[in-house]
Design a protein. Sequence first.
Length: 378
Amino acid sequence: MKHHASKKHWTGLAASAACAAAVFGSIGMTAHAEDVGPALKDGKIGYALTDARWAILQTENGKTECPNGFNEGPREQFKALYPDGGTVADTQLERESVARYPQDKEDNFSYHHAEGKHAIGLNLDGKVGPNDFTSEAGDTGIDNQLFRAIGCTRLFRAPDGTFAHFTNMWVREMNFNRILVELTNVDSLENDESVDVTMYRGKDRLITDATGANIIPGGSNRVDERFGAEFIHHLKGKIENGVLTTEPSDVRWPWAVFLQRPGFYDIHDLRFSVKLGPDHAEGLVAGYADIETWYAQLVRSWSTHHSSYGGLSQPSLYRQMYQLADGHPDETGAMTAISSAITVKMTQVFIEHSGAEMASDQNQEDLPRVALDRPLAR
């Protein structure tokens, strides 16, 4: 017999579920009416992530959100700093050093934040504050300060921004980024007041149609229960009018770039707001992105060369993220995380277990960690 969640258990999530369909419409995501995939079996259904981007509400040429234009990148800043050139050590290497340790020097360059009243995201703190956005559907209290930080940097803007393009490609092509989501204890994909949600990292490639462009449902994917143990997370959720919402939970989100260089984002208070179907699921994942792991993963594997394509100054962005940070204060009271949202699409898969799951959220401290560079001193 199910244990039903109390009303207090779901404070702050009901509003997200009620407006989810409108939110998905604003980002071009709607449930597939043609979904005729396999029915629930033994109260279980699995999905694999196929599309993911950091959520930016865009207008043509940034007319609404970037009235002052887009941010300048490494090339423009380099030219301004060294108009007469100089030695490699005093110019190129100096700038590479600052990108990795951005607090070493002052950053006096101007920076354009995304503006306007509207953004994609969820109300993460259950409040309506002066810095919050409103969704296009009219829901208030939307927390997405990362949008404010990256929304006017071309690199992150879809579809042609380099980071936006490659991020979506790496979700599909790199096994390290194979995120699986399994729902269990499910009575119905339309309404169920208590379901279990588990996130895994998978091992296998996704199955495509003959064009290779579209991920098709019905494939199978094995759980990486050994090397992906630290990416296994258990969440409590519910389904209302076909929308899955979950309780906030701290999650380590696996992420590798280019040649599958491994890493992760730590996301605090992550929660799903996703429209479910038997073949597909689409919507939002939102939470407070830890700034150090977010920036370290970006810098370790994203070269200045590639950042230049889209006007991303890494040290400038680092400073802006801390200025806009709005979550998880440290012992001094300084905020260490920034509210964010990811637009996601998932396709149904059959998730295969070995029967020897090695991890849960209760014993993560004993597990090996994917190594990152040492934390950046703030």
